[in-house]
Design a protein around this ligand. Sequence first.
Ligand code: PLP
Ligand code: SF4
Length: 328
Amino acid sequence: MPWQAYDWQHQLADAIRDPDRLLAALGLNPALLPAARAAAARFPLLVPASYLARIRPGRVDDPLLRQILPLGAELSVGPNERVDPVGDLTARQAPGVLSKYRGRALLIATPACAIHCRYCFRRDFPYRENQAGRGRWQAALDWLGTHTDVSEVILSGGDPLTLDDHRLAELIDALGQIPHLRRLRLHTRLPVVIPDRVTEALAVQLSTSRLSAVVVIHANHPAEINTEVRNALAGLKTAGIPLLNQSVLLAGINDAAETLALLSETLFEAGVLPYYLHQLDPAVGTDHFAVSDDRARDILGELRARLPGYLVPRLVRELPGETAKRPL
Ligand SMILES: *Cc1c(COP(=O)(O)O)cnc(C)c1O
Ligand code: SF4
């Protein structure tokens, strides 16, 4: 298995953060630059070379480019857009702990991501006050230790796999010592964005924890899944980790049954089952990605007609204050 040629931390450090460099690297029209700069000033551009390599040059409508290119459309605030679109702030229980659903608690393990998705629902999340990382895990661990009804902890962020193996081991070991916890879930885009992040040490760590681990990746389009991603997923799969995928339904990116069907089939061949297809959360500056509920239901109907049931993701919308994500 090709573990670590040019290690993932260097790949992350060398990621493109400058809109000028992005446009030049992809041979895109420099006229896009002023808007890209303005939008990136609100939510920075971030894209590592491994993901960039999957974007077709010169194509402003490329579905992978659309996920990362800052656009002027982000600067207009739609009537339904909110800074805290899914009620995260009222769900906060301790620094870095969100609890909305019975039996599960979500830990904001770090504010960092390996890519900035323009549609991100946490683009305005006040991480500074709400992260559990940087020596601040104790309060989160204490909260989990006293809440015996919690059986599953979800490491989220940001992206928990931006933590290095050592920090992650510390956290996972500490979680493993909380007797009522049974499952450890990771919500991460890293196996897709920087596949080299899936080190052998990571796979061993997850498979040897007392907790049953499950990894939920995030891919939106079949072109995101290349050979490197398949190898990374195979590393986790070989270690016995169940793999699921969540996607966001995004206008102009994956709002077609054909695309989503191919995504499910491509993921299945890589050992991943579809989990959720999320309706977009109305974060500020994202409404150009929204797909209407009617259209979303039509797309899902078409997927059901084309695919075996186990390859059809659950179409859901998250509404603040509900006991689960709501099926559409
Ligand atoms: C989405 C989410 C979960 C996980 O929900 P599942 O339906 O179990 O995937 C848990 N906690 C929070 C705060 C969430 O936002
Ligand atoms: S990886 Fe996830 S948390 Fe990070 S920017 Fe993308 S959608 Fe948001």
